[in-house]
Design a protein around this ligand. Sequence first.
Ligand code: PLP
Length: 474
Amino acid sequence: MPVLLVTFGFLRSNLSARQLFALAWSLAEPCFIPAAKIARNYRNGSNRIEIRQTARVARCAARKGMINKNNTLEYGQGIEGEVAALLDDEAVLGALGAFEAFFDQIQTPLLRLPGLATELGIGELFVKDESGRLGLASFKAMGGTYAVFRVVKEAAERVLRQPIPYERLLDDDIKPITRQITVCCATDGNHGRSVAMGAKLIGCRAIIFLHKGVSEARERAIRDLGGETVRVDGVYDDALTYASKQAADHDWTVVTDTSWPGNEKIPGVVMQGYAVIAAELVGQMAPPTHIFLQAGVGGLAASIAGYYAIRYTDQRPRIIIVEPTRAACLFKSNEKRERISVPRGAPTVMAMLECYEPSFLAWRILARVADFFMTVDEQDALEAMRQFAFPFVGDPSIVSGESGGVGLAALAVANARQYRDIIGLSEDSRVLVFNTEGATDPRLYEEIVGRSARQVGAANEKVPTDVMGERAQR
Ligand SMILES: Cc1ncc(COP(=O)(O)O)c(C=O)c1O
């Protein structure tokens, strides 16, 4: 396979002998050099990255990520009742109203990548780029922040015994109520930033519990937003258990982005905030044929998939849920036909997706409306970051963190022929992926990609303006 690709590359692009060698090496290298070492090799950047770039998609296609059809008994059932009420247009417009009360610019761009679409043999490829969302660099800004607004709004309504619109939440008569409130959460990084930002904007206290694996850069980002941080031994689940105990002892409100039986209200509000992203998309593009959604506990995926399912019923796009092989709780739940937790394995570079138990609420939705469950490997995620950073001619470059490009990684893996047929990808497909985060840990980003986020962002200056940031037409 590498030999064929090298020959093909040679014929197509007149590579020099040295470049050919580099290409062959970049194809063979992943077979025997661990991902971290490859990441270091990218540091010097320049031509070598571009050369690897030409081969990247093909290399992903050769990887062994797995795919399964939805196997659950609930598959195909509609979303109804209280779950539908969370994600229908009326509810989501209400959430949008909350953001409009606090932010001038909410919507993120939808980017079109015609070069990569051609390379992948699909009709169109769209990327909903969340790397600039509300200044927080991840879609998570839409969940925790909104939930904090809702916590304060409901407290104010209880005390003042009247409906309080979001626009009133900063008024003087509300402030003493807000100051009494402490919100807390456990986080891998992004959700904690979101909760901290909500608390800062509205004027309440936020305490964010971080497990040992969360990088210092991510902790600093939370502190910069006024969040108080507490380190907890263990992994995310340990931080959540500890946060819940502290909250019960001190009468704080836990703003969780995952749910379990009996804890559905706040996670539902968080998901409603994410669904604003889907509502934006409906205004930005006609429905795609396929949506690849990366998942940790599944909250984002369920919000987007649920919104499309409610709106378009049986005309909805095909939904493909993607997880790291090392933390594939939804994939395994689908195999078992019920929500299960999976054993903790080795850490994954896709740190934000390292979750071992699906959200109860998210699973209820995804069991009904996800069409496929996929896994991708460590290397696939790193290559997707580089793919976004060093695009094909005519495509914009996109700054995408370790968990941000996982939908694209899955598309590349699925593009391997047998998966293409299973998923129904063709030259007519209009595929949507999400860049769910930018460089939320800038040093790590630079180490993996070989250029800083700033350099990658600046590369767009060379892209014609009608391509960069272009809104897709209906
Ligand atoms: C960047 C990024 N992408 C995807 C996800 C997955 O979201 P969820 O846990 O709702 O499935 C997260 C979760 O923190 C995230 O931070």
